[in-house]
Ligand binder design. Structure first.
Ligand code: GDP
Ligand code: IMO
Ligand code: MG
Length: 423
């Protein structure tokens, strides 16, 4: 697997952290290509649990170089805190590399994220309030401040002054907030510059060299396909491209360098925040999925909305990402259900949709068409090979594989590294 993208095929929290960590054992480099500390990737090793937000999940292996690519937005305070936490826990983060072209999340981005959400009221997106959207807005409106600007204090100061003049106007006049002080931000960020200096490099070159040398390079997506700014349920999405096309752009290599695209798919589905969700279970079954699946946000602690697996969305994810394989996670959670459903189409009036509807409004009003599968009842969380799974569990997995048209190569039966069945 010289160059493989690992990405979320749903609305995030599919178990990307666990799968990336698992594949990192044989990897040389793990590259984050988009998003920022809105991500929460959980890795469980024995009794230890790590929740990573910005640092790539390969960091737990001393043989892996973790890279934060140009497509990410970086809150330097969070990055340094995360590295400090890892150090305290015996993990050496000194190998982490950061692109000078990545954009900085500034204090006004965090503040605007929070006040814009409040202003939107019922129309809110339910963001993580980490400043992600406002930071990407500045990037695309060319008001952004990049990591490399930290090392050119005069330019940093000039850019900060221009940006802050505009942001303070918004904060004060539109959102009725207190203005932020330029000196405070300048001094704070100059302090980060000193500590980050050793990590900054031309990551595009480093990643390209690794790929060219035949090293195993993983590109770790954050969020998921349905949260993609172009291909997701806009506007209830994040502000970047978690889909596979984001990987070459967000890391600075050509698309032909990517060999595999692994979609991480939860055996059911969840979403945090607002937006349409055809298979959402607003009932006792949904509550059980939340409870048994431990479906609480890693970043914000919010309860995740849960529902049955949606294979219209899954086939869409196979298509827009060009998935070459699937890692199916959390199959063990379904052991507690007598009947398990899979949505295979959406019905809206007389119309049946087997592909994602062109008009998004259908997602709000449609009724999913389900096929039912018998549960298996047995605890599968200690099983160590795919063949040990009860026939009903295998037939569930194989039915998903048939619908997706892509091999399911990995099946997760618990949070830990060990609870993984390879096929
Ligand atoms: P990510 O954002 O895609 O990395 O996923 P999160 O870490 O936010 O959420 C996935 C949750 O499911 C975490 O708590 C994982 O420890 C857990 N998890 C991952 N794979 C499995 C699995 O196969 N079974 C169970 N029971 N839990 C899993
Ligand atoms: P991982 O990588 C699930 C959701 C937020 C909100 C929307 C926009 O752990 O899968 P943002 O703060 O990005 O502007 O919020 O996207 N969201 C996620 N949901 N998992 C994530 O990351 C998410 N990152 C953002 O809840 O609905
Ligand atoms: Mg998560």
């Amino acid at each position: 697997m010289p160059a493989s993208v690992i990405l979320g095929a749903q609305w995030g929290d599919e178990g990307k952290g666990k799968i990336t960590d698992l594949l990192s054992e044989k990897a040389d480099m793990v590259v984050r290509y988009q998003g920022g500390n809105n991500a929460g990737h959980t890795i469980v090793v024995g009794d230890d649990k790590f929740a990573l937000s910005l640092i790539p999940s390969g960091v737990l292996y001393p043989t892996v170089t973790p890279v934060i690519g140009n497509g990410c937005v970086v809150d330097p305070k969070v990055m340094l805190e995360e590295m400090d936490t890892l150090t305290r826990r015996g993990i050496d983060p000194s190998r982490v590399l950061l692109s000078g072209n990545a954009h900085l999340i500034m204090p006004y981005h965090r503040k605007l994220d929070a006040v814009i959400e409040r202003y939107l009221g019922d129309a809110m997106i339910g963001t993580t309030k980490r400043g992600i959207g406002p930071a990407y807005m500045d990037k695309y409106s060319r008001f952004g401040i990049r990591v490399q600007d930290l090392f050119d204090p005069k330019i940093f100061r000039e850019k900060l002054e221009v940006a802050l003049k505009d942001k303070n106007k918004q904060l004060v006049k539109v959102y009725n907030q207190l203005p932020l002080d330029v000196d405070d931000i300048y001094n704070e960020y100059m302090g980060y510059a000193e500590r980050l200096a050793d990590h900054i490099t031309d990551t595009s070159l480093v990643v390209w060299q690794a790929v060219r040398d035949g090293k195993n390079v993983l590109f770790e997506g954050a969020q998921g396909t349905l949260l993609d700014i172009d291909h997701g349920t806009y506007p209830f999405v994040t502000s970047s491209n978690p889909t596979a096309g984001g990987a070459p752009v967000g890391s600075g290599i050509g698309p032909k360098e990517i060999d595999h695209v692994i979609g991480v798919v939860k055996a059911y589905i969840s979403r945090v925040g607002t937006g349409p969700f055809p298979t959402e279970l607003d009932d006792e079954i949904g509550d059980r999925l939340i409870d048994i699946g431990g479906e609480y946000g890693t970043v914000t602690g919010r309860k995740r909305r849960c529902g049955w697996l949606d294979t219209v969305a899954l086939r869409y994810a196979v298509r827009v990402n060009g998935l070459t394989e699937i890692a199916l996670t959390k199959l063990d959670v379904l052991s507690h259900f007598d009947t398990i459903k899979i949505a295979t189409a959406y019905r809206s009036g007389d119309e049946i949709f087997t592909e994602m509807p062109r008009q998004q409004r259908v997602l709000y009003t449609c009724t999913p068409e389900y096929e039912e599968h018998p549960g298996w009842g047995d605890d599968i969380s200690q099983m160590t090979s795919y063949d040990q799974l009860p026939p009903a569990a295998r037939s569930y997995v194989e039915r998903i594989e048939e619908i997706a048209g892509v091999p399911i190569t990995t099946v997760g039966v618990g949070p830990s590294r060990a609870a993984t069945l390879r096929r």
